[in-house]
Design a protein around this ligand. Structure first.
Ligand SMILES: C[C@H](O)[C@H](O)[C@H]1CNC2=NC(N)=NC(=O)C2=N1
Length: 119
C-alpha cells in the first residue's frame, strides 16, 4: 500500500469489509506520523486510535460530536464518541477486522480537520 505523506484527510476511504487487511506495522508507523496526536491503544486485543478534544463548553463539544457523526455516516465507518462538558473522546478502529485499517487514520485526520474548523 502506498501511503501519501501529506494531507491524509483528503484521501478517499475504502469501505471496511471483513476481507479488508489490517494496516501492517510499517504502514501504521507511517500513517501515525500524519496524526501524531492520536494514541494507539490496545483494548480487548484490538488496536484503536484514541484522542480527547477539549472544547469551551457542552454545546461546543456537542457540535464536534455531530460533525464526527456526519463524517462517520458519510463513510459508513463509525467511532466510539464520549461526550461530556468541554470534552469529546474519540476512538476509531475497524470492527470488522478487529484492528486498524488505513480508513481509521483517514477518519482521525478528518476529525482533526473538523475540530480545527471550529477554532
Ligand atoms: C454494514 C456496515 O457497512 C458495517 O457494519 C460497518 C459499519 N460501521 C463500521 N464502523 C467501524 N468502525 N468498523 C466497521 O467495521 C464498520 N462496519
Amino acid at each position: 500500500m502506498e501511503v501519501e505523506m501529506s494531507d491524509l484527510k483528503a484521501h478517499s476511504c475504502e469501505a471496511c469489509s471483513p476481507n479488508a487487511s489490517k494496516a501492517t506495522e510499517e504502514e501504521k508507523q507511517q500513517l501515525h506520523k500524519e496524526v501524531p496526536d492520536w494514541e494507539i491503544l490496545e483494548i480487548d486485543g484490538e488496536e484503536q486510535l484514541h484522542k480527547v478534544y477539549k472544547l469551551k463548553n457542552f454545546v461546543k463539544a456537542l457540535e464536534l460530536t455531530n460533525k464526527i457523526g456526519e463524517l462517520a455516516e458519510e463513510e459508513d465507518h463509525h467511532p466510539v464518541v464520549v461526550l461530556e462538558y468541554g470534552k469529546v473522546a474519540v476512538s476509531w478502529w475497524s470492527h470488522e477486522i478487529g484492528g486498524l485499517h488505513k480508513n481509521d487514520f483517514i477518519l482521525a485526520a478528518r476529525t482533526d480537520a473538523a475540530f480545527n474548523d471550529m477554532q
